[in-house]
Ligand binder design. Structure first.
Ligand SMILES: [Zn+2]
Length: 222
């Protein structure tokens, strides 16, 4: 048995080519619930199964009033896999996730019921967006659309001097205060060095310019 979600966001149980939605808890057996055919209204179908945890332990009764749709149910399983991957990997390219799950489409019936790539990628992006939330560290510079004000200004001074932009595949952000730049320009020595290690995950490299100002102590300014 597999799980999916209905259009209204309710869980749906996928079992042997049919989809089921929650009906009620079974009073006579603890932990067991009754799920009825999701096509109940469309096909006047009264078939129900009993589910406990992830196990089905009574086959549909009465029999379904319609044939199983293996293609539709198979496609739901694949879509669910894509959603799970999107939860797990909110910074992966939606196309890459979709390509990956499409490898599991093995029958013509399932292929015929798959959503269009555009629709699927939007769905993946939506899941990923929810997963990123606020306060989580971006994993990639391309994820940063808008730089919050607190990183643009520092103590009422310019702090973000240059952003080469989201579209730049080698995006660079340069941070310095006017005061810092001034001290750097008056320094006897300027040292530059980069690190690939101690740097927020979204950056490849942190490159700093240190100057010794007029006091002789090297301090990072850019
Ligand atoms: Zn049915």
């Amino acid at each position: 048995m597999e799980w999916s979600t209905t259009k209204r966001g309710r869980p749906a149980a996928l079992y042997q080519g049919y989809s089921y939605v929650f009906h009620k808890e079974l009073k006579t057996l603890e932990g067991v619930s009754v799920w009825r055919c999701a096509k109940k209204n469309a096909h006047s179908c009264n078939a129900c199964i009993y589910i406990s945890g992830d196990d089905v332990f009574r086959d549909p009764l009465p029999a379904h009033a319609h044939t199983a749709n293996w293609g539709e149910i198979g496609a739901k399983v694949i879509v669910e896999k894509a959603k799970k991957a999107a939860h797990r990997d909110p910074y992966e390219y939606p196309q890459a996730i979709w390509d990956q799950v499409l490898q599991d489409v093995v029958t013509v019936e399932v292929a015929g019921q798959m959503p269009a790539a555009r629709t699927a990628k939007k769905m993946i992006q939506n899941v990923q967006r929810g997963e990123k939330g606020h306060g989580k560290e971006p994993q990639n510079l391309k994820d940063i659309e808008h730089i919050p004000d607190q990183y643009i200004c520092l103590k009422n001074q310019h702090w973000l001097l240059k952003d080469t932009g989201k579209e730049d595949p080698e995006r660079q952000l340069i941070f310095a205060t006017d005061e810092g730049l001034h001290t750097l320009f008056t320094s006897t020595y300027v040292l530059g060095d980069g690190t690939f290690k101690t740097v927020p995950r979204m950056f490849l490299q942190l490159y700093t310019l240190h100057g010794n100002g007029i006091h002789g102590v090297f301090t990072p300014f850019v």
